[in-house]
Design a protein around this ligand. Structure first.
Ligand code: ZN
Ligand code: FE
Ligand code: FE
Length: 267
């Protein structure tokens, strides 16, 4: 199995260094891992970047070098250089510039903000009550579709993150799921099966099974990630993830080398 979504203490809200994540991955017998720490908050002026949400701008080069260093030193397990990057409409060129200067293997796209509100931040959780759930889901999925269409990302991380605190829509999301799966197929972007949802009030993986099925039906490839923010979370519940992938019909998972998609058959 391949875990493409690992953070490190560098992002300011995770625990552990790369060595500890690598050791845990080895213990689990993973064939490959990818670090995908949070990209610097490129859409904000430097003074407004929160060092507890993402690594500071001046650390990005060090992060890249550290991953490449481990990649060169590590035998028996592949290590890929990724990043988790927020999509911010209007800042596509800034992100593109930031991505291009580094020899990244892949970029995970994510949405953590709706109109500046960090809706997945536990400290801002009280703001959900101000919103109509159906409208909020509609707005959120429009942002995800914009991110998908931007062409900036290889796989979309925790694609239904809005459910994190179990703030659920009243209406079924079938039409939004169908629309998104079609958009992902058209843009040739992968969907990530992310087990971190099992650790939060949502108590289910991202994406919802119905959305994962829609992705499969539209031929969207899948990547796998634990979104580990501590070494012991590497490969979190991958047994359940594998069972779900098989049940939905997937027979392989995707990974990336130099932003070129590769695939590996599921065990
Ligand atoms: Zn994080
Ligand atoms: Fe994230
Ligand atoms: Fe993450």
């Amino acid at each position: 199995m391949i875990d493409l979504h690992l953070h490190t203490a560098r992002c300011g809200h995770a625990r552990g260094n790369m060595e500890e994540y690598i050791a845990r991955a080895r213990q689990l017998g993973l064939v490959a891992i990818g670090f995908a720490d949070h990209i610097p908050m490129y859409w904000l002026p430097p003074g407004q970047c929160d060092p507890e949400l993402a690594m500071p701008q001046e650390q990005f080069g060090d992060y890249v070098r550290e991953v490449l260093d481990w990649r060169d030193r590590c035998s028996g397990m592949s290590i890929y250089l990724g990043v988790e990057a927020d999509f911010q409409a209007g800042y596509e060129e800034v992100l593109d510039g930031l991505i291009k200067v580094h020899p990244l293997d892949y970029v995970l796209g994510s949405i953590h903000f709706i109109d500046g509100w960090g809706f997945d931040n536990p400290a801002l959780r009280d703001q959900y009550v101000r919103h109509d759930p159906d409208e909020l889901y509609e707005r959120y999925f429009i942002l995800v579709e914009q991110a998908v269409a931007s062409g900036l990302f290889d796989s979309m991380a925790h694609v239904d993150l809005l459910k994190k605190f179990a703030f659920r829509p009243r209406r079924p999301l079938t039409h939004l799921y169908q629309r998104l799966a079609r958009a992902m197929a058209r843009a040739d972007v992968c969907v990530e099966l992310n087990t971190a949802g099992l650790r939060v009030p949502a108590r289910e993986m991202y994406p919802a099974v119905e959305l994962l099925r829609a992705c499969f039906q539209h031929g969207v490839p899948v990547t796998l990630g634990s979104d580990a923010h501590a070494p012991e979370q590497v490969g979190w519940e991958f047994g359940r993830a594998l069972a779900l992938l098989r049940e939905v019909g997937y027979s392989e998972i995707a990974y990336f080398v130099g932003r070129r998609r590769c695939c590996r058959r599921l065990p």
